[in-house]
Design a protein around this ligand. Structure first.
Ligand code: 13P
Length: 252
């Protein structure tokens, strides 16, 4: 399916990296964005400690997001942050269901779906992550795994709601390994078909990002694949030059 009308999203996930001193990278990104055409969105999801100061420096072209949220709006949940609080701090996107949260914090798909609903309640766009393990890939279970996880993780959308899906093969995260273009195309088409099944026409325009060892050297090839509407970038998003090289590939 051709999704030529969909605006590409280049999203950085800083994970548990970044101190106040890292805001100098953000200042470089903000000024570099001005020298590129404005035909793709740029987002950074820093650690929650940096959402406010990053938003203060973001200007009109850089969006700021967060990496997780609690399903409830407020209450006795020590150490957690709600979608409402993240929205209040300036976040417009929240990553939910990242494989590192699923494995390190035991967050299961039903919980991820609650988080996604919390984002929508707060007026935030959830980025719902999904991916297969290396063992599942070896057994030929990639597409079944992705569909099974997404069916349980994706929220019901109200008429003004939107969401983003990020396909991140677990074995590609932080490893330098990347699926072939054919493999990415096949999984993204499978996700597209599921989105259309679940959300009808709107599903054709929802963004599907690829994530896992996306770098300046492979971004152009990955971003050219059908139904790849952007990237969710870990390591390479920490350096302004690398993130902007990927952004440049998206707007070329
Ligand atoms: P890397 O780009 O470091 O492989 O990380 C991908 C990722 O997990 C983004 O959410």
């Amino acid at each position: 399916m051709v999704t030529g009308m969909v605006r590409t999203l280049i999203a950085g996930n800083w994970k548990m990296n970044g101190l106040k001193s890292s805001l100098s990278e953000v200042e470089k990104i903000v000024s570099a964005l001005d020298s590129h055409p404005d035909n793709a969105d740029c987002l950074i999801c820093p650690p929650a400690t940096l959402v406010v100061p990053m938003q203060d420096r973001a200007g009109a072209r850089l969006n700021v997001g967060a990496q997780s949220c609690h399903p409830e709006a407020f209450g006795a949940f020590t150490g957690d942050l709600s979608a409402e609080q993240l929205k209040d701090a300036g976040a417009s996107y929240v990553i939910v269901g990242h494989s590192e949260r699923r494995s390190e914090h035991g967050e299961r798909s039903a919980y991820v779906q609650e988080q996604a609903h919390a984002c929508l309640r707060a007026g935030i766009t959830p980025i719902v992550c999904v991916g297969e393990s290396y063992a599942q890939k070896q057994r030929g279970e990639t597409k079944d795994t992705v569909v099974r996880i997404l069916r349980k993780s994706l929220p019901t959308l109200g008429s003004n709601d939107t969401l983003v899906v990020a396909y991140e093969p677990l074995w590609a995260i932080g490893t330098g390994l990347v699926p072939s273009a054919e493999e990415i195309a096949e999984v993204h088409l499978t996700i597209r078909n599921l989105l259309v099944e679940l959300y009808q026409d709107r599903g054709a325009d929802l963004r599907i990002l690829y994530g896992g060892s996306m770098k300046p050297g492979n971004a152009a090839e990955i971003l050219a694949i059908d139904n790849v509407n952007g990237g969710l970038i870990g390591g390479a998003s920490l350096k302004a030059d690398d993130l902007m090289a990927i952004y440049a590939a998206a707007v070329a």
